[in-house]
Structures are given as C-alpha cells and as structure tokens.
Design a protein around this ligand. Structure first.
Ligand SMILES: [Zn+2]
Length: 133
C-alpha cells in the first residue's frame, strides 16, 4: 500500500514522497534540493536525473511507435494526403512534444521509484540511512 501511495503522491502529483506536503518541483522540470517540511533530499545521489530522462525519452519513443503502428494499420496520415516524408515528420514532431510534456511526470515517477528503493536521504545523511519515525 505504501508503494501505491508513493506512486500517487510523488509520481502523479509531484509531491514530496516522505510527507506529501510540498511539491518536489520548483519549475516545470526543476527539483527543489530538499523538502521544506521534512528535509528529504530529493536528488541524494548525483546523476539520479538520468533515470527520469530515460523515462521521458521512453514516453516519446512509445508515442512514435504507436503512431507508426496506427499509420501502418489504418493509414490515417496517408488518408489526409500526407506523403511518407511528411508523415514521418509529423510523427517525429508529435513524439518530440510528448517527450517534452511527459518529462515532468516521467521524472516524478522516477523519483517515486528512487524513494521506494531507499535511495533518498533525509538532511545530510547518506542514502539508505534509516529514517527517524
Ligand atoms: Zn517532505
């Protein structure tokens, strides 16, 4: 149940995985360093943003794959009179837009996983230190 709660409040709502009282984000993509309420350090290890980036690109790739399969099956873009080059360009543009828009939720889902796996720390403690209750 705890993992579902973390997925909801961090992965979907973008809130602190520990207390849920503040947003992890200080801009559309940028993370606060720590939670202002419970002092959880969101990016406790350098390079943790890379997983969120991989998730974001995965979203774009899945959108491109889905659109390509839809085009192969039903020929929606061809029916609109688009050439193959224009179809590929439109699919690439939509996939890029999905990547840009989907990066924030992808990053939030990634940090929910990081929290659930115990790689987030409180204060200046190293990751994996048991949390005070
Ligand atoms: Zn917090």
């Amino acid at each position: 149940m705890s993992a579902i709660r973390t997925f909801w409040r961090t992965g979907i709502l973008g809130r602190c995985p520990e207390c849920g009282r503040t947003s992890m984000f200080n801009s559309y993509y940028g993370l606060h360093e720590r939670c202002a309420v419970c002092n959880t350090r969101f990016e406790s290890n350098s390079g943790e943003w890379l997983g969120g980036t991989a998730f974001g690109y995965t979203i774009g790739a899945l959108v491109a794959l889905a659109l390509a399969l839809i085009e192969v099956q039903w020929g929606i873009f061809a029916a609109m009179g688009l050439s193959l080059a224009w179809t590929m360009g439109v699919i690439a543009a939509i996939a890029l837009a999905a990547t840009v828009v989907g990066y924030r939720p992808a990053k939030a889902i990634w940090f929910a996983l990081v929290y659930e796996m115990g790689f987030m720390a409180v204060g200046d403690d190293p990751p994996g230190t048991p949390r005070p209750r």
